[in-house]
Design a protein around this ligand. Structure first.
Ligand SMILES: NC(=O)C1=CN([C@@H]2O[C@H](COP(=O)(O)OP(=O)(O)OC[C@H]3O[C@@H](n4cnc5c(N)ncnc54)[C@H](O)[C@@H]3O)[C@@H](O)[C@H]2O)[C@H](O)CC1
Length: 467
């Protein structure tokens, strides 16, 4: 609790250079964090006021006493006192309810969150402790009356509500405060990893002076059929822009020549084409399924039997292929494809992306990338959630581009888990860059063009000497 409160005080100090801080302390341990934060702010010379509900947690009672012992005051949290204090506050710290919240929000607290949300709309800043009050930490759905925060300082790993759905919009900027616990405890106990660019950057392959297109990876894109030829082309460009040395599209459709660097092998039909592919030198990685059409399952089953690093996407994401995979396969469903694979509704997938990704991994094995904002990676080592991205990425072809990126990383020798974690972040970072450059109406080609700069952003975030 001491570490937590100090982290909150650090975050508040960083957001303001003057003004009065109002801290709202609930009865549980979330309120205890607020009392600790108030004490740290006071000794730093910050003007502080505390309004509190009766303490029901022993550590909150203890820290309430410590707050009084350093000369702090505390008044009962009532609507009238809250209105008065809000008039003088620049920042309000929400320490009312944390992970102990059980919906629905009781009327007395709903009145409090309503007053603070109205104040915030007038320009005040809200810093939430652990989760915004009224948000169920484990659920992306938000009950009415929850607090709206500009920043959330959370502890002991990320919570689903801070990452997905409408709940994430209430959290504002999220930081995970390190608490002094037994080393490895967070990794073991945390629901999901939320790797920083510094961590992702260490995963990326290095390019050396003697590199050539063979060492940069030979990738096949197997997809397309008459009428859907853009998907494999976009995947091919994604692979090239993610560093693949040689990319060939194999299709029974006339794939457009979108760039001279992308090779296209036009086959007449799949059964004879598979015999041809079997006789060719195996690629270092293959991505299959994009726009592949009705023969996707048969073609994918054959490619999976080769045991090479494989990305399975789009038309190939069928329950028939469960059990046909292996450890070097990355499955890349969006929520609709995930619903088809799991026999659930898409709304169930988006309400609990971590649970859905875990269920998909149980069904398919290998590595699963449940695409979304943000994407979730599920592998034998656990779950990992991508940071960043851009809402403009909600447009056709973004998934095809991601499949190409993943195949390129596999082709450069990355393990399937590392390729998935790094690939979703590179894709998201490129989306952020494209969003900043193009504003509204992003297309997948904009994102592909930013991949090289996104790669360097992430790579350079790694500890000095890594790159
Ligand atoms: N996880 C860690 O290692 C740390 C957690 N810390 C902080 O502790 C809170 C969780 O504390 P807890 O006492 O379990 O619960 P809360 O303080 O969130 O709230 C419980 C409090 O609220 C009342 N309550 C519950 N539901 C409702 C409701 N619907 N309406 C109104 N009131 C409700 C309940 O009766 C209790 O009185 C965590 O978030 C962290 O901030 C540590 O301090 C840091 C390490």
């Amino acid at each position: 609790m001491e570490d937590a409160g100090r982290a909150v005080a650090d975050a508040v100090s960083a957001r303001m250079d003057s003004g009065r801080v109002l801290l709202l302390a609930g009865g549980g341990a979330n309120g205890g964090d607020a009392f600790v934060a108030a004490r740290h702010l006071l000794v730093r010379g910050v003007e502080v006021a505390v309004l509190a509900r009766p303490s029901t947690h022993p550590l909150t009672t203890l820290n309430r006493r410590r707050w009084l012992a350093v000369g702090g005051n505390v008044a009962a949290l009532e609507p009238a006192t809250l209105r008065r204090e809000l008039r003088n506050a620049s920042v309000t710290v929400d320490g009312l309810l944390g992970t102990g919240f059980t919906p629905p929000l009781r009327p007395a607290l709903a009145e409090v969150t309503g007053l603070v949300n109205t104040w915030r709309q007038g320009g005040g800043q809200v810093v939430a402790i652990d989760v915004p009050s009224g948000v169920d930490a484990m659920n992306a759905h938000v009950p009415d009356g929850a607090m709206h925060a500009d920043m959330t300082v959370t502890f002991m790993g990320i919570k689903p509500a801070l990452l997905f759905g409408t709940a994430a919009a209430l959290a504002g900027e999220v930081t995970v405060a390190p608490l002094s616990v037994v080393p490895g405890w967070v990794e073991q106990e945390a629901l999901a990893a939320w790797p920083t660019d510094a961590q992702v950057g260490t995963l990326l392959p290095r390019r050396h002076a003697d590199a050539h297109k063979g060492t940069a990876g030979r990738v096949w894109i197997v997809g397309g059929h008459p009428g859907t030829t853009g998907a494999p082309a976009l995947a091919g460009v994604g692979a090239l822009r993610a560093g693949a040395g040689l990319v060939t599209v194999h299709s029974t459709a006339e794939v457009p020549l979108v760039t001279a660097e992308l090779m296209v092998h036009w086959h007449t039909a799949w059964p004879p084409a598979l015999a041809q592919l079997r006789d060719m030198a195996r690629p270092d990685a293959v991505a299959v399924g994009m726009g592949l059409g009705p023969e996707a399952v048969a073609v994918t089953r054959e490619l999976l039997s080769w045991g090479i690093p494989t990305v399975v996407d789009a038309d190939a994401l069928r329950p028939d292929l469960a059990g046909a995979g292996h450890d070097r396969v990355i499955w890349t469903p969006h929520p609709g494809e995930a619903a088809r694979l799991l026999g659930r509704r898409a709304a169930e997938i988006t309400a609990d992306p971590l649970g859905a990704a875990r269920a998909l991994h149980d069904q398919l094995g290998g590595v699963v990338v449940l695409k979304g904002g943000p994407s979730v990676v599920a592998h034998a080592g656990g779950l990992s959630v991508a940071r960043g991205g851009h809402p403009g990425m909600a447009s056709a072809g973004m998934g095809d581009t991601l499949s190409g990126i993943l195949a390129a990383l596999l082709g450069q020798g990355m393990s399937a888990p590392d390729a998935a974690v790094a690939g979703v972040r590179l894709h998201a970072r490129a989306g952020e860059r494209a969003g900043a450059a193009h504003g509204y109406g992003l297309i997948a080609s904009d994102v592909a063009l930013e991949l090289g700069r996104a790669w360097m952003d992430v790579a350079r975030s790694a500890p000095a000497g890594t790159w």
